[in-house]
Write a protein that binds this ligand. Sequence first.
Ligand code: NAD
Length: 437
Amino acid sequence: MAVAELTPSYTKIHLHSSELSFLSTRLFNQRQCAFRPLPKTQHARISCSVAPNQVQVPIPVQTEDPKSKADCYGVFCLTYDLKAEEETRSWKKLINIAVSGAAGMISNHLLFKIASGEVFGPDQPIALKLLGSEKSFQALEGVAMELEDSLFPLLREVSIGIDPYEVFQDVEWALLIGAKPRGPGLERADLLDINGNIFAEQGKALNAVASRNVKVIVVGNPCNTNALICLKNAPNIPAKNFHALTRLDENRAKCQLALKAGVFYDKVSNMTIWGNHSTTQVPDFLNARINGLPVKDVIKDHKWLEEEFTVKVQKRGGVLIQKWGRSSAASTSVSIVDAIRSLVTPTPEGDWFSSGVYTNGNPYGIAEDIVFSMPCRSKGDGDYELVKDVMFDAFLRKKISKSEAELLAEKRCVAHLTGEGVAVCDLPDDTMLPGEM
Ligand SMILES: NC(=O)c1ccc[n+]([C@@H]2O[C@H](COP(=O)([O-])OP(=O)(O)OC[C@H]3O[C@@H](n4cnc5c(N)ncnc54)[C@H](O)[C@@H]3O)[C@@H](O)[C@H]2O)c1
């Protein structure tokens, strides 16, 4: 008979049905415990909060290190009757959303937007599965405590963990934000390798345990190549379901065009970011529109468009870091919200949005088998189609080729992580992430 030492934190114990009644009665009688049978399994989830060194309870099962498992957190371990509430309120079926890097700066904004209903709608109950690193586990508990204290009516479950195989179980959305930032002295090739390993592991975990139609948005940089690594390690999930976030770049480009044209930014549409989320990205002013007119008809200063606008968008992140002393967490989280909403709501007639997606079958002649930001439209079902009727000129083609070459070089550099043999790193040295100067 094993003895489980209950700690002041929350402990998850797996039990077989024969052990359930014994344990639940005993624990509930002794102290504050939440007990929840897990649907369609012979397991239950029990979480107890007890004082340190309190009585040891004999438990006829093995226990697990709480930090190695995704665990329901605090108040979110208590039972609720969503089914009854669905009947009275017409709420939708609960969706499972995983967020990695959940204790980081971007997540600190994003999680509260998701939990509030701003992203998936006011009738959509949410389960948040938070993935952190070992180092950030305590901070993850802090995040979960803040979510508890926010009393969001739609937020029905929160679990925290550091094992992607646990955290990604059955998730329908995976927002992969956690990554190592590029610090001083860290080569871009080293960053590709360090973060690539994270995304290879997370791809494998998604492949093993996530919903077969999970939608994945990769934010952690270098996000295009991380998304490629992730999808290559998840062969049972459609490659089309993987996105690299370039929506912040799109939003920045819209803002700059609006400023130059002297209009509010809601008048700017059809904005494409082509290519890599790096300083080679291409904000497309040839196809974008202002008040429904081609940008070049509204902004006559074409030299500004070609020289200043493009660079301004490419380097916006770096300038912001210089001012703030940290990267753009709030506007990035807004752009993640935009990216998700663009997939779950129909794209307005005639418009489109940018996302870094898998290039196979693209109609633009861009190299296949990379993740490249391109113009997309959605019917609001989580899926998307590439926009066919876009124009190219020599300027746009040349810029796109540079970003394409960079992504092909990044791909060669991570061949060991995509199952394509020996890596060869011949990265162009004049390109950087947008946040780097
Ligand atoms: N695509 C974009 O538009 C865009 C914009 C801004 C930032 N980013 C990128 O997003 C990432 C996160 O930015 P941030 O400001 O939130 O950083 P942050 O350093 O504040 O947070 C990152 C968090 O991830 C955690 N983490 C590290 N490795 C992990 C792993 N293997 N699994 C789970 N969690 C892990 C860290 O412990 C940390 O808590 C960075 O890579 C940044 O470059 C992308």
